[in-house]
Design a binder for this molecule. Structure first.
Ligand SMILES: [Zn+2]
Length: 193
């Protein structure tokens, strides 16, 4: 069962609004939106680990995520070809580098939104549990497991790094409705974002 709603707020974080007032307009401009080639291109793993650089990139990405009330952000959403994402499900901003899904099981449906597809909320089927291989920002391998909402965030952000948007997870009819909704929305706003 897949449905559409024009309210993606349930996917967005209500808590971390602390940076929103000052930096939201600038951070919004950094975001790449659906239709941008960078979002449909798979991002290769990071092989050179400049820890200072990755720390500053992660911190900047967290700022953008908070400023836009998101709960996750992949590097290619701000045009960076780095295989990493940041997320915060209420326990602080964390960085996952070079994620690959090793195992998944179970099934759950919930409404997701995406900072790169603003205004749209879609019911998306995801695995209830995932196990990721990843590395920390120094390049040390780690295994990360998650269930429920955290697992959903991991799948959504890993999709980004594999060049997939939530639109790509919709059945053809729902996707067509979603594309129409987005086209009308852009038309109504008179913009091209
Ligand atoms: Zn997204």
């Amino acid at each position: 069962m897949v449905g559409l709603t024009d309210d993606s707020s349930s996917w967005q974080s209500s808590a971390p609004l602390r940076h929103a007032a000052s930096s939201a307009p600038q951070a919004s401009r950094m975001l790449r939106h659906h239709g941008d080639l960078v979002l449909s291109t798979s991002v290769p793993p990071i092989v050179e680990f400049d820890t200072d650089l990755l720390e500053s990139v992660s911190a900047a990405m967290c700022e953008v995520m908070y400023a836009n009330q998101g709960v996750g952000l992949a590097a290619n959403q701000i045009g960076l070809a780095l295989r990493l994402f940041v997320y915060d499900i209420g326990t602080g901003c964390r960085t996952i580098v070079n994620p690959e899904i090793l195992e998944s099981h179970g099934e759950t449906v919930d409404v997701e939104g995406c900072l790169s597809v603003p205004g749209l909320g879609c019911e998306i089927v995801r695995a209830e549990y995932v196990k990721l291989s990843a590395v920390d920002i120094s390049g040390v391998p780690e295994i990360v497991e998650a269930t429920g909402f955290e697992a959903r965030v991991f799948q959504h952000e890993t999709d980004h790094l594999n060049g997939l948007l939530l639109l790509d997870r919709l059945d053809p009819d729902t996707r067509e409705m979603a594309e129409r909704f987005l086209a009308q929305r852009v038309g109504a706003e008179g913009g091209d974002e």
